[in-house]
Design a protein around this ligand. Sequence first.
Ligand SMILES: [Cu+2]
Length: 162
Amino acid sequence: MTTRQSLTRWTGPAAILAVAALGLLGYWAAGAWLRPLLAPVEAPVVALTVAPECDWSAGCETHGPLRARVRVDRRVHPLQPFELTLTVDADGVGTVLADFVMVGMDMGVNRFALAPAAARQWRTQVVLPVCTVDRQDWMAQIYVTAETGVYRIDVPFLTERE
Ligand SMILES: [Cu+2]
């Protein structure tokens, strides 16, 4: 058998194996990433609030059993990306997700998984849709899965007009 023949003989199966391995890896990665995004957060959830007058572009602290700080890096406009950072005063935090909702109005699914950014800190980029009736009052609901339970931090905020 020539070198060329043996190459041809091996590249076929090797390529198929490589594609299969990549496929499996992709399937696993997509699953690991999507699972927290798709799975609804399980009850019981401990709701935490921030001070109603709090401006989260300056940072808002939670009240209640989990101490955390929520901050955005700029004033929020629809369709313009901004960065959301959560700093938690606890170890052993697993997933952190943020849902953006309007009370009494279906704005679709606006769910973002926060990725670890530093010790006890999680971060994501967020883009919000335009409201068809021009409402500006949004609510961020940040779900934190910690060793001591699942917490939801509610942060009301207003978007800026264009
Ligand atoms: Cu709306």
